[in-house]
Ligand binder design. Structure first.
Ligand SMILES: [Ca+2]
Length: 184
């Protein structure tokens, strides 16, 4: 009887050992998941972004941020100028990157003059303006999205927000918040 129990235990151990050896890939080889930007909502100021002066501001009751307290703001001064906000992330091989962001447009313009161009430059693809927003964007936060597609090699993706305002034909403010960079 004692011998039988011992044999049964040995068989159980053997089963456990066999069942716990899956042939999976290491976790580091499957990174196509999650939001990868360290400061998507500007709560840490311009950290992680290349930004012109005074682009990241704190919201208040009249102009709240979309999420948190801070957001990026462009133009609104009725002077002829451009503003730039830019960031670059690494897109691992075989991953798709989706960039989502929110924009709020406040303007006195009634035709296209001031604009906010949103560009995406990906390794191996010519830089392209994906969105060119203007007076008709609306005073409520609206979400926009764009993707890189996949490639077999690691790439960098640079997203740029370039605002252009021209003096004299109306005042436009573009606010940007919650720019997320999600791998899939
Ligand atoms: Ca924010």
């Amino acid at each position: 009887m004692k011998i039988f129990v011992t044999t049964a235990s040995a068989a159980a151990v053997l089963l456990l050992t066999t069942g716990s050896a899956p042939a999976g890939r290491p976790a580091a080889d499957a990174p196509c998941t999650g939001q990868i930007h360290a400061n998507p909502g500007f709560e840490r100021g311009a950290t992680g972004w290349t930004a012109g002066p005074r682009i990241v501001v704190l919201g208040d009751q009249a102009r709240p941020a979309h999420t948190g307290r801070a957001y990026a703001t462009f133009a609104g001064l009725d002077v002829t100028r451009t503003d730039l906000l830019r960031t670059t992330v690494t897109v691992p091989a075989d991953c798709d990157l989706t960039v989502r962001f929110w924009v709020r447009t406040t303007t006195t313009e009634t035709s296209r003059g001031d604009y906010l161009n949103v560009g995406l430059a990906v390794t191996g693809i010519p830089p392209k303006t994906r969105f060119s927003l203007a007076f008709d964007g609306g005073p409520q936060w609206r979400q926009y999205a764009m993707s890189t597609g996949t490639a077999t090699t690691e790439r960098t993706a640079t997203v740029s927000f370039v605002a252009s305002e021209t003096a004299g034909n109306g005042v436009t403010t573009f606010d940007v918040d919650e720019a997320t960079f999600t791998l899939s």
